[in-house]
Design a protein around this ligand. Sequence first.
Ligand code: LLP
Length: 463
Amino acid sequence: MSRSAHPAGPRHADVLPEGHYAAPPADLNVLDPKVWARSVARGEDGVVAVAGLPVTRLAEEFGTPAYILDEADFRARARAWRTAFGPDADVFYAGKAFLSRAVVRWLAEEGLNLDVCSGGELATALSAGMPADRIAFHGNNKSAAEIERAVRAGVGRIVLDSFQEIVRVAHIAQSLGKRQRVQIRVTVGVEAHTHEFIATAHEDQKFGIPLAGGQAAEAVRRALRLDGIELIGIHSHIGSQIFDMSGFEVAAHRVVGLLKDIRDEHGVELPEIDLGGGLGIAYTSDDDPREPHEIAEALTEIVTRECRGAGLRTPRISVEPGRAIVGPTAFTLYEVGTVKPLDGLRTYVSVDGGMSDNIRTALYDAEYSVALVSRASDAEPMLVRVVGKHCESGDIVVKDAFLPADLAPGDLIAVPATGAYCRSMASNYNHALRPPVVAVEDGEARVIVRRETEEDLLRLDVG
Ligand code: LLP
């Protein structure tokens, strides 16, 4: 077994040769609309505002760090997905990206359904009034208590992830005198990435039942035999931050192949197919995501074509975008605490948050952008690494970016595209207090998830 250094150490400290970095943007004051929420703009006084509210005012009122979420943008993106797929398909927002009761209400109002993957997410959805039949319940190891709660609530579907779960859900539903609608999640042998898809080692992961070796077909056989469940479709989710539709194409081809086998063996045409989520967003100006209508057209075309080829009626399609809806709608607002130039290397800018509010850089080597938002500056660009305040050298928020050279403690900087998987993966590392989520709309700001307090921390510590 090899011994390697902790990746958060040497790897992040690597010094890249001169000329490696992209050239700084021509004007650091310009905000690229690709990565910023739609109502973000720099005012004439140089201060960035969201929906008309200057970030300086937001910082004063709500403190930093804080996630600032553009409600109109969230609603617009949710609506764009809904409209793109139309009445004959369903859009399930993936709550794992970010979930709160306000978000659940916006989704309900905009006509979206909701994918939850834990008892906690289910409780949030139900407590905010999402109709249970618009909820899909996911997870590779749902507890019996979670399943019972979901069945009792009447969730629209439970996505089955293993042979044991087929029996478990059927048994629980039957003992409650119910017949639960279910889908079976299959692994199609495609793992999609941003610019390529790899057809190896993909089945060596914990989710779903492989199509390979007839395992998914056997799962279907068993599910169709049980009274407590009604099998309504097949589910496939191929990955995250995907820009290339070819992975979906292969996945749809293989899922439709299974639907055809099911029809041939059982004389049943399953009415639904779920292609999961995973559609990419722009974290930096280099990313070029597709619009929901392009994705909807491509997916519908792929499934329709595959079904026609197989002599099947086209099933109802559903998708589960999380990041693509909420990701671009929020940014994290930080105050600069220290600015430390390391001669010949780069300048380390420490902010008042870090890996506790954005673990994605440390965990996935994710790329982010950053901008000075409390004022404009004509100073020269300087190469920076934005780091947090945690006791860990891998506590990096933005690996490489340019900020104006006159950056100073007390300035506010913001990292865009942090709406997805930042608050939802936030931690209390070093007993950090998780930041609030502030929703801004039409000149009004309100806290939808409040900042944690020391009392919150101490309440859990029962001595
Ligand atoms: N549906 C299923 C079954 C999923 O497993 C996921 C994500 C989604 C939908 C939503 O995927 P999205 O459209 O948001 O990419 N923490 C990672 C992402 C993990 C995604 C897990 N499943 C990150 O920060 O990139």
